[in-house]
Design a binder for this molecule. Structure first.
Ligand SMILES: [Zn+2]
Length: 92
């Protein structure tokens, strides 16, 4: 266990490593409302391919909305969320 707290969020290997501030607001049970870590499963490999941070609230309480930056440390997730997929339309 690494109990050293991250001061800023980092992206490593497609996964969000939350800062301590993000850690403090994340809901651990992913079906709950609030700020959640979405896991994108690679069905071919059978493992988690990427993680994204989403907010489930209001009109988006069910599916959630991916956020482009950390509201706690301000780190940008924009490229992580949209990276290389700008031309693929269709996602809200
Ligand atoms: Zn952060």
């Amino acid at each position: 266990m690494d109990d050293e707290k991250r001061t800023t969020c980092e992206i490593e290997d497609g996964k969000v490593l939350p800062c301590w501030g993000m850690d403090s607001i994340l809901e651990l049970e992913s079906h709950r409302k609030g700020v959640v870590l979405l896991k994108i499963i690679d069905v071919n490999k059978g493992c988690v391919d990427r993680t994204l941070v989403a907010v489930r609230s209001g009109d988006h309480a069910k599916r959630g909305v991916c956020i482009n930056y950390c509201p706690m440390c301000g780190a940008s997730f924009y490229e992580h969320v949209h990276g290389g997929k700008a031309e693929e339309a269709g996602n809200e």
